[in-house]
Design a protein around this ligand. Structure first.
Ligand SMILES: [Zn+2]
Length: 343
């Protein structure tokens, strides 16, 4: 081969490519591409041989090589277009368009179950004349504990319970109760406030999440009694759980109320007959409440001799779990569409 005149070899290759048959399909096109343009294809081989061409013949050899390359590349390009066009035409011919098939409908979003429950509760209390207030999620120890009558040794101040921010003298609020102080300082008395929001505690298992939602409610007025608290909560559970829902109070302790109570609602899952969720008691604990402690009124600049009040706080996740029969709180925050679609 080396002895052959390079220009003659190029001329014969040119003759060969000028009479190449038009590839009929992808397979033939691929074969053509490999045979001439591939790494070991004819055009590549002669390109490499160009360096052995005597100087006098170089211009002509270069021109021939360029013509050959252009011819092959042009053929490949035309064939590609033609084959593709034929394929599309074939597909259109074979295609059957069924205009009666249903289309793909867009997916509609909906409120997250936590948001839905929170909105519903806020709606119920708004209807009773409560105004909606919000407070900061990063709080000071002063508002989260001190002004709410938490003694310095109270376990809620423990590092294990409270998230403390590094570098600043702030914590993530552990409850929505600081809004009581903030609202009283802002508006004075009388006052009826509902305060929904996120709260944080260093705790995580099937019924605890490090971030969860609370709703705080409180009324400050003259001659407020435990009866007002009970009537308000009874009206709330009837709206939320249905006319048959009953409540009961059990004595309890929270630093910011005196007296304090835990409030149960008759089990909505078994109709108070006793089931696994209510541990056969027929009652479910849903919130903490009580009469606002005089120290809290004083700390917020409200005269405890002239005014009194009641307050309550409820956990949204717990209410949502009971309402929908969900037994793992983490499901609310994993955003698995299969879970969320059920609501
Ligand atoms: Zn039950």
């Amino acid at each position: 081969m080396a002895a052959e005149n390079p220009v003659e070899r190029l001329l014969s290759l040119k003759g060969e490519v000028s009479s190449l048959p038009f590839p009929a399909d992808e397979k033939e096109l691929d074969a053509l591409r490999v045979k001439y343009l591939g790494k070991k294809g004819a055009v590549s081989v002669v390109s490499q041989e160009m360096r052995h061409v005597p100087a006098a013949q170089k211009p002509e050899a270069g021109r021939l090589l360029q013509e050959i390359r252009t011819a092959v590349e042009g053929l490949v390009e035309r064939a590609e277009t033609e084959i593709k066009r034929n394929r599309v035409l074939r597909e259109i011919e074979n295609e059957f368009f069924d205009a009666t098939l249903p289309g793909t409908a867009p997916e509609f979003g909906s409120a997250h179950p936590i948001s839905a429950v929170m909105d519903e509760i806020v709606d119920i209390f708004s209807g009773m004349g409560f105004q909606v207030e919000e407070g900061p999620e990063t709080e000071s120890d002063l508002y989260n504990f001190e002004k709410l009558n938490f003694p310095p040794e109270h376990p809620a101040r423990d590092m294990q319970d409270t998230f403390r921010l590094t570098g600043v003298d702030k914590i993530l609020r552990t409850h929505t109760s600081p809004v009581q102080i903030r609202a009283m300082e802002k508006y004075g008395a009388p006052l009826a406030v509902i305060a929904p929001g996120k709260v944080y505690r260093c705790d995580a298992d099937v019924t605890h999440s490090p971030m969860f939602h609370q709703i705080e409610g409180f009324v400050i007025d003259k001659d407020i009694t435990m009866g007002d608290l009970k009537g308000t909560l009874q009206a709330f559970v009837r709206r939320f759980y249905g006319q048959d829902a009953k409540i009961r109070f059990r004595p309890s302790f929270f630093p910011f109320v005196e007296p304090g109570a835990e409030v149960d609602v008759s089990c909505v899952l078994c109709g108070a007959k006793g089931c696994r969720v209510c541990k056969n008691s027929g009652w479910l604990e849903i919130l903490g409440a009580g009469m606002v402690h005089p120290n809290v009124l004083s700390a917020a600049g409200v005269d405890p001799n002239a005014w009194g009040g009641f307050a309550f706080g409820l956990g949204i996740e717990r209410l949502a779990m009971l309402k929908y029969g969900v037994d793992d709180i983490r499901l609310f925050f994993e955003n698995d569409m299969r879970f969320l679609r059920q609501f």
